[in-house]
Design a protein around this ligand. Structure first.
Ligand SMILES: Cc1cc2nc3c(=O)[nH]c(=O)nc-3n(C[C@H](O)[C@H](O)[C@H](O)COP(=O)(O)OP(=O)(O)OC[C@H]3O[C@@H](n4cnc5c(N)ncnc54)[C@H](O)[C@@H]3O)c2cc1C
Length: 482
């Protein structure tokens, strides 16, 4: 074997997967057909759970240095009336703010630097996965760089190779299409003085020109303009046209155009994420319109879910059947988010003036009835049963209390965490215990846990289950046996 795992694609999802596998002691070849990172951001937003993954990898400070938090996300109509408003909490039980607007190239640079220092990761940059075949013992893959070929033999292959995934096509995994397909122009600018703009994310649901205005990292602002019927990508990418579109928001010279692209926003999910020793993650497995800012986030959740399962299987701590719980846990979660993003998209992308007026009247009335109460921030909810132990809190992301000045995850490491006040003996090496009495906010933890005497937290920080410690450990043994 040349490595345990071949990861095809070193975008955010492949790179995070490699970093998490390395922490588990799993070796990986991380191959990308490009030699450098993609210099322009696509994702602009990530959430607290994702910052927790960055924390685990050790890049949270570097990412935070080029990020900012926002306090709200608004949907307004063409006249500026608020139709819907999400309040974004400045702090969550995860130990991080709910939302970050960030600079993707800065995050990917920090990630690549981490990977360069990880002896378990072979960064094969410039090498494209060309073909592969699997047998009972592993996967043999051919990588290509120009005229050069490199044959590699690994135990598992993970396709993190984006929306046009070669791996997905090769395992013949059909895509479920939600039937949402809208063309949008995306413009990124550098804007040193943003004081004239709202500090929050705004969806302008104006049927004359649906528009998105998003803060990115400090001093950067994104606009997205929906293409109207008859408009072409070529028309919209013209700089004079872009200046006209930006004119209502920024005076000439106020916003320097650094990137322009036309995307089709759609919702797609591969119906099969695993074929034997070959798995899919990130955009290779699912894509969504960006209205919830969750495409990359969902891919990074895939990486966190898959990394520990692959590690446990490769080490012999779990049966290969554990890998089947990857799709059964992740797919319903990501589908909920995609459906939420499409629902938001349908509000924004209404082009019929009559329908837009009816929508506005309905949403403004609903908001008045709720006395302006904020809408719920969309999320995927708890994971459904996969390898989890059916009990209260199972499948939820666990809180991350502080212990003194440290965060829980930094104290407990990369295995399972059994939070219990009672001493437990005979634990497997991959289970660490911690006494919740040491948590800075022990009453908040006790309230979250309820009557259960213990909680078992997975390496991806999701709750395996709550209940008596002995029951949890027995359930874990049988879940890992696959
Ligand atoms: C306009 C826009 C805004 C967005 N905003 C957000 C947001 O705010 N928040 C959010 O969470 N998400 C957002 N997204 C979604 C996010 O950008 C994607 O979900 C994310 O980039 C997917 O990451 P990935 O690693 O799966 O795929 P990619 O980033 O596409 O990376 C795939 C990698 O695979 C490589 N590759 C491809 N084929 C091969 C091969 N054969 N061999 C080797 N390497 C290969 C490519 O070079 C690339 O590096 C947005 C997307 C768009 C378009």
């Amino acid at each position: 074997m040349d490595a345990d795992v071949l990861i095809a694609g070193a975008g955010p999802v492949g790179a995070v997967l490699a970093a998490l596998l390395a922490q588990q002691g799993v070796s990986a070849i991380l191959a990308d057909r490009e030699t450098g990172i993609y210099r322009q951001p696509r994702a602009a937003h990530f959430d607290a759970e994702i910052m927790r993954i960055f924390q685990q990898i050790g890049i949270a400070d570097a990412v935070a240095a080029e990020a900012r938090t926002i306090s709200a996300y608004e949907f307004v109509n063409g006249g500026g009336d608020v139709l819907m408003r999400f309040d974004v909490p400045p702090m969550t039980a995860q130990g991080w703010p709910a939302s970050f607007m960030f600079h993707q190239p800065a995050m990917e640079t920090a990630l690549r630097a981490k990977l360069a220092g990880a002896p378990q990761v072979d960064l094969a940059l410039g090498w494209a996965l060309a073909s592969f075949r699997q047998d009972d013992g592993g996967v043999t893959a051919m990588l290509r760089r120009g005229d050069e070929e490199r044959r590699v033999r690994v135990r598992y292959l993970v396709g993190c190779d984006g929306g046009n995934s070669l791996v997905r096509k090769a395992i013949d995994a059909p895509l479920f299409d939600y039937g949402f397909d809208e063309p949008w122009l995306v413009i990124d600018t550098v804007m040193p003085d943003e004081s004239r703009l709202k500090p929050c994310g705004v969806q302008v649901c104006d049927p004359r020109r649906p528009t998105t205005i998003m803060p990115m990292s400090p001093g950067r602002r994104r606009w997205e303009f929906m293409l109207l019927p008859g408009e072409t990508a070529e028309d919209m990418l013209d700089d004079t046209r872009i200046a006209e579109l930006l004119a209502p928001y920024a005076a000439p010279g106020e916003a320097e155009l650094v990137r322009k692209a036309v995307y089709r926003f759609h919702g797609l999910v591969a119906t099969r994420w695993r074929e034997g020793r070959v798995l899919l993650a990130g955009d290779a497995a699912h894509q969504m319109p960006p209205f919830a800012g969750q495409g990359m986030c969902s891919g990074l959740r895939d990486a966190a879910n898959l990394a520990w399962k692959l590690a446990f299987v490769l080490r012999g701590d779990a049966g290969d059947g554990l890998l089947d719980t990857y799709q059964s846990e992740r797919e319903p979660h990501v589908r909920t988010i995609i459906e939420g993003a499409i629902a938001m998209g349908k509000i924004v992308c209404t082009l019929d003036a009559g329908q837009a007026a009816a929508r506005d009247a309905h949403m403004i009335a609903a908001r008045a009835m709720q006395r302006g109460a904020p809408a719920q921030v969309p999320g995927g909810g708890a994971l459904p049963q996969g390898c989890l132990f059916e009990s209260p809190r199972a499948g939820e992301i666990a809180p991350q209390p502080r212990i003194g000045t440290q965060r829980l995850d930094d104290v407990v490491g990369h295995g399972f965490t059994l939070a219990t006040a009672t001493a437990v003996t005979g634990l497997r090496a991959y289970v660490t215990t911690i006494d919740p009495g040491t948590f800075a906010d022990a009453p908040a933890w006790a309230k979250w846990l309820g009557a259960a005497p213990a909680a078992l937290i997975q390496p991806d920080r999701y709750v395996f289950g709550t209940g008596p410690a002995a029951d949890l450990l027995a359930a874990l043994s049988s879940a890992l046996a696959g």
